[in-house]
Design a binder for this molecule. Structure first.
Ligand code: MN
Length: 366
């Protein structure tokens, strides 16, 4: 393969998990993201095994599907022999890039997206219970987003001795940008936001970093991995902010100009300060409850720079320790909607802690 791909990836443990069980591989023409599941460090073992076992494909003749099935068998047999690893499994989303086409192999709920001509489309279908319910028209895409069982997998590597692998082959267009990611990204960041970042950030590693950071800032309740692969060619860039209009120079005495400038600077700073406060949001704690604040955390000259906007019923102390300390510092949000989404995410974290843990073989990312 002679096509020159640009690529980059980022991964983050998130704010709640104690271990990063996501694994990845960037070995052109092969790119893989895997999200492990299972008790203790078993998920970590499963996702690493999947990635390692595929890595040899980049040199060999074996087809992608056969390689995924071989990885499945290896994980399955290891889980059977080692009782400490029983019930482990992993998702796997792999891309094999050719010059004029690329292949995607997929099992589980990690995803592959394609950004082409500025438009983002999802290539893979989640192998989850809720995804099936959506396809059958029994619940809406909206419901699925917040469904408590949204991470229950119907298919994963290592669970049975054989596995069905979804494979798709797509024509590659110049400027195509692929995103492989674990569910820690898309459960925290909307498809619209993902599309925006992918269109705006030119450098693949930068784009992957930005996506991971957004997922963590939105609550980071899971490990998150993002990998961006670019085919050479022009990509439409997101619209740059309009250029300021140039003003004509006028001949006025210097000292008048200096005074005017000083006055304008003071006025603008004052206005901007006020506008910045009105448009700033964060999530913190008010009377022990998780609360959306308008303004910035802190005070100036004895005056609070923020005020509580929406006090939720969620007690801050029901959350895990790292969440509580983030709340004490204030979790910044770009607007009120994002702040409210952070509160929703925190609510889900509390709910998932309270829920009895489901059986590992049926669970993607509990
Ligand atoms: Mn996950």
């Amino acid at each position: 393969m002679t096509v020159q791909l640009r690529y980059g990836a980022a991964t983050d443990i998130g704010l709640v998990r104690e271990l990063n069980e996501d694994s990845m591989l960037q070995k052109p023409p092969l790119f893989v993201v895997a999200d492990g599941m299972g008790g203790h460090s078993a998920g970590d073992v499963a996702s690493k095994m999947a990635v390692d076992s595929l890595a040899s494909l980049a040199n060999g003749e074996e087809g992608l599907t056969a390689a995924v099935k071989r990885a499945n068998r290896r994980i399955y047999e290891t889980a059977r022999k080692d009782s400490g690893l029983g019930g482990m499994g992993t998702t796997l989303t792999a891309m094999l890039a050719g010059e004029s086409s690329f292949q995607i192999a997929h099992v589980g709920d990690s995803r592959a997206y394609l950004l082409r001509d500025g438009e983002l489309t999802r290539i893979t279908q989640d192998h989850t219970v809720v995804s099936r319910l959506v396809q059958e028209g029994r619940i809406t895409e909206e419901d699925a987003q917040h469904h408590p069982q949204r991470s229950y997998l119907e298919r994963a590597l290592g669970v049975e001795d054989d596995v069905d692998v979804d494979v798709s082959i797509l024509d590659a267009h110049p400027g195509d940008r692929l995103l492989l990611c674990s569910d820690g990204l898309y459960t925290m960041v909307s498809d619209e936001q993902i599309a925006e970042v992918l269109a705006a950030e030119d450098e693949p590693t930068q784009a992957a970093n930005s996506l991971c950071r957004m997922a963590v800032e939105a609550g980071g309740s899971d490990n998150v991995t993002a990998m961006v692969i670019d085919y050479p060619g022009p990509r439409p860039r997101a619209a740059a902010p309009a250029r300021p209009v140039k003003t004509k120079k006028k001949l006025i005495p210097r000292w008048v100009a200096a005074l005017v400038v000083a006055a304008v600077v003071a006025l603008v700073a004052g206005l901007m300060g006020k506008a910045a406060l009105d448009e700033s949001w964060y999530v913190g704690i008010h009377d022990g409850k998780v609360t959306v604040f308008n303004g910035v955390k802190g005070s100036f000259a004895g005056i609070d720079l923020s005020e509580p906007s929406t006090v939720s019923g969620l007690e801050a102390e029901t959350l895990p320790e790292p969440e509580q300390s983030r709340l004490e510092e204030g979790i910044p949000a770009s607007d009120r909607t994002e702040a409210e989404r952070i509160v929703e995410n925190l609510r889900r974290i509390t709910a998932s802690q309270a829920a009895p843990s489901p059986s590992p073989s049926a669970t993607g990312s509990p």
